[in-house]
Design a protein around this ligand. Structure first.
Ligand SMILES: NC(=O)C1=CN([C@@H]2O[C@H](COP(=O)(O)OP(=O)(O)OC[C@H]3O[C@@H](n4cnc5c(N)ncnc54)[C@H](O)[C@@H]3O)[C@@H](O)[C@H]2O)C=CC1
Ligand SMILES: O=C(O)C(=O)Cc1ccc(O)cc1
Length: 734
């Protein structure tokens, strides 16, 4: 009967109900232990044996207890003291004693009462998995899979037995986390105990109300969802509230205050307050569900998407492109930090910008979306953000990280920042230097990589030379960081401050003076109503497409001639592009209508400085160079940060693969003018490479298929629609 050959030896479950039964059934089905059950209801033990949950029924006597390797207490929490008293005299010090109770302080106190001090072989635990059912017939061997199990070891707990406890929970499929007893009781009071109290009280209130019959008869799904847990076992929950009195009272008081605020909002017909609470709550819950989904389902497998392009003749039309991505990030952040309500038009809400928007929502900012890039942002002011309930995930968006990091650094609460695999190996040395130089308390993973942890600290004005090579993102990080400092920031960069970004900051009351020697003057951050100019990458793509395809005549609305976009278009004009600006410049960003028609482009010759200045646009420029007259060269591409160079290497491989000619000479990229025959182009998952390959595909002789376009389609979800509007024949294949 007693068997020590299996991994966990002899395991006794005391209290063979739903949780104890589920544990036993899982271990038994996997053949990991010999299972014994004890319960004050003999019927549960008989059922336990007949349904294959345990091997043997048992008594809490000397023979049983002294032969056990593991004893698991799975009774309601207030029964545990009497069970411990009963078995105390027979326990061997090498036997692991643990429990599954929903409260932990009371169980530790019970053990201390029985043993004088909780012994080293007593280590409490708690699975965060369950159901409203009870009894051994509700046992489910898969109950704990992909759920968390909390262990709350005590300072003198035996490390070997703690290791065994971890292995035990992992064996039934749980992810084990360790926690302090008091913290456990406060967290669970809020996340589990309070909801059960509300559900029980709501159902009881309505059951005793006038018209109760009709209340239940006409109850909808919401009522069912909200009250499912009121079917839970009353003894178990009575015990929980008796055992975790202080922590549940604290969370109940907080909730009662907020409920009376909601009552007041209804009395005063204060729709704005209600709307704020509801949108913040929705956003918090959506966020929480995503976390939960990730834990239970793992990361979703990305489907490979390709785009096939039939060689096009002309493209034509009059089109308004979505707003600039980099300005969209900045506009949302500034509107969130401003005082009052901002109306933003033509915001790009796809791809990485979604990451920035979600982070702001996670910190309590209400953002209403009206479709077509129109959003209303209810600014909370520089000090009005709230601590997010979970780490902020910037997924694969380095831009979100650059622009949000200064905001996290300036908060009075701490923020943890995570990312997806794609960004986890990227070092953010210069960003971290900028933050730390200004006094931010931020720690990172190894080699300046994510994850980051920000702790509250006081931020000093940004001064001196910005670290590392100049970049528009880092300059904006510096401006944003300065918003949280005392006094005005002044810093130097080797690059000129972009005029469009300057105009954007100015709209919200932040004046940026100077070109490469910058002074940031911040007054009160004011809400703004602005319309963003067309996205630079997408505008460039359309301009090049029209320039490459004979017969094309295209009109682009809302393009700006200021800043980097202006410089880029000037470069194209010097290379023979036929561009014509129409109408007066409008609005903060001086946008105009741009006419583009086919042109025989001359070969490109970019100096090292120009390769650096236009580094984000090199992929599209290099693919246009394939169809330019003569040989183009892009100097010093190999001196760019590695990921720019990687993009160009992928592009050159693609060009050569489909019959064009691209070569490297001492860091300079040479592209010979030609008309490739076409074929397969692998973008290696990079969205800018994929976008540039579409240009290449549009004019090659037989068309081409661009592989690995998931990221591109996430960033520009309406790409197929844009192409159709312009008359370019392309289709997405999965
Ligand atoms: N129900 C749930 O979803 C979860 C429950 N828990 C905890 O697990 C424990 C068990 O809960 P359930 O399995 O749901 O309850 P249950 O009612 O299904 O099982 C409890 C069992 O303990 C037995 N019992 C009561 N007093 C006893 C005593 N003095 N000696 C021997 N047996 C005794 C009962 O007869 C019953 O069979 C509780 O401490 C609860 O807080 C933890 C996580 C989830
Ligand atoms: O049924 C549900 O949704 C639960 O909330 C289950 C539950 C009940 C008690 C716990 O201590 C842990 C989990």
């Amino acid at each position: 009967m007693y068997d020590n050959k299996r991994e966990f030896g002899n395991v006794l479950i005391v209290g063979l109900g739903m949780i104890g039964g589920s544990f036993a059934k899982s271990l038994k089905q996997q053949g990991l232990a010999t299972l014994f059950g004890a319960d004050r209801r003999v019927g549960e033990l008989t059922l336990g044996v007949s349904t294959g949950v345990i091997d043997y029924p048992a008594q809490l006597d000397e023979v049983t207890i002294s032969n056990m390797d593991i004893i698991i207490l799975a009774t309601p929490v207030r029964a545990m003291e009497s069970v411990l008293t009963e078995i105390k005299a027979f326990i061997k010090p090498t036997t692991l004693i643990t429990d599954v109770g929903s409260t932990k302080g009371s169980v530790v106190a019970a053990a201390a009462k029985v043993f004088g001090e909780a012994p080293a072989n007593f280590i409490p635990g708690h699975p965060i998995a369950g159901a409203e059912k009870s009894g051994v017939l509700a046992a489910n061997p898969h109950l704990f899979e992909k759920h968390m199990a909390i262990v709350t070891p005590l300072p003198y707990s035996d490390p070997e037995l703690l290791d065994r406890l971890h292995r035990l929970w992992r064996a039934v499929g749980a992810d084990v986390v360790s926690m302090d007893v008091d913290h456990h009781d406060h967290v669970l009071a809020a996340s589990s105990h309070l909801p059960h109290l509300l559900a029980y009280t709501l159902v009881d209130t309505l059951a005793n109300a006038d018209r109760s019959q009709d209340i239940f008869r006409f109850a909808a799904g919401g009522f069912r969802d909200f009250t499912r847990i009121a079917s839970s076992d009353p003894v178990m929950w009575r015990d929980v509230f008796l055992a975790n009195k202080d922590a549940t009272l604290a969370t109940l008081d907080l909730f009662t205050d907020r409920l009376s605020d909601m009552r007041q909002a209804i009395v005063e017909a204060d729709g704005a307050s209600m709307y704020g609470v509801f949108t913040r709550a929705k956003s918090a819950r959506d966020h929480f569900l995503r976390l939960l989904e990730q834990r239970t389902l793992g990361k979703p497998q990305e489907k490979q998407l390709s785009i096939s392009v039939t060689p096009a003749s002309a493209i034509n039309g009059d089109i308004k492109l979505v707003g600039d991505k980099s300005l969209s990030h900045r506009a949302l952040i500034m509107a969130a930090l401003a005082e009052g309500v901002s109306e933003l038009a033509n915001v790009d809400l796809a791809g990485d910008v979604k990451v920035t928007m979600q982070a702001l929502k996670d910190m309590g900012v209400v953002i209403e979306e009206f479709g077509c890039g129109s959003v209303r942002v209810h600014g909370v002011g520089r000090t009005g953000l709230r601590a997010p309930i979970a780490p902020i995930n910037v997924h694969g968006s380095a831009t979100s990280l650059y622009l949000l990091a200064p905001v996290f650094a300036g908060q009075a609460f701490s923020v943890d920042v995570l990312a997806d695999d794609s960004l986890l190996n990227t070092p953010f040395t210069n960003l971290l230097r900028l933050l730390k130089n200004a006094g931010a308390a931020v720690s990172s993973g190894a080699a300046d990589c994510l994850p980051f942890k920000f702790l509250p600290s006081s931020i000093n004005a940004v001064s001196g030379k910005l670290p590392g090579p100049a970049s528009s993102r880092l300059m904006s990080s510096a401006v944003l960081l300065g918003l949280f400092a005392q006094g005005d920031s002044s810093f130097e960069s080797t690059m000129q401050f972009d005029e469009q970004v300057r105009a954007l900051f100015a709209s919200f009351g932040v004046e940026i003076e100077g070109q490469a020697s910058i002074t940031v003057r911040k007054a009160k951050l004011e809400a703004a109503n602005i319309e963003l100019p067309s996205d630079m990458q997408q505008s460039l793509w359309c301009v090049l497409l029209a320039s490459l395809l004979p017969g094309s005549a295209l009109q682009l609305q809302g393009v700006t001639h200021s800043g980097r976009m202006g410089a880029l278009l000037d470069l194209l004009q010097q290379n023979g592009a036929k561009l014509e600006w129409c109408g007066e410049p409008l609005g903060v960003f001086a946008t105009q209508r741009l006419r583009v028609s086919f042109a025989k482009l001359r070969s490109f010759s970019l100096s090292a400085e120009q390769s650096y200045e236009f580094r984000e646009f090199l992929p599209c420029l290099a693919m246009a160079a394939v169809y330019a007259e003569g040989d183009s060269q892009f100097e010093a591409v190999s001196n760019l940060p590695y990921f720019y160079e990687d993009r160009m290497t992928t592009l050159v491989d693609g060009v050569n693969h489909i019959g064009g000619v691209g070569e490297w000479h001492a860091g300079t990229l040479l592209i010979k003018g030609s008309t490739p025959h076409g074929g397969d182009l692998d973008s290696a998952g990079n969205e800018l490479v994929a976008l540039a390959f579409l240009l290449l595909a549009a004019r090659c002789r037989n068309g081409a298929t661009v592989r690995d376009c998931q990221k591109l389609l996430a960033q520009i979800p309406n790409l197929e629609e844009i192409a159709t509007t312009l008359g370019l024949k392309c289709s997405v294949l999965s």
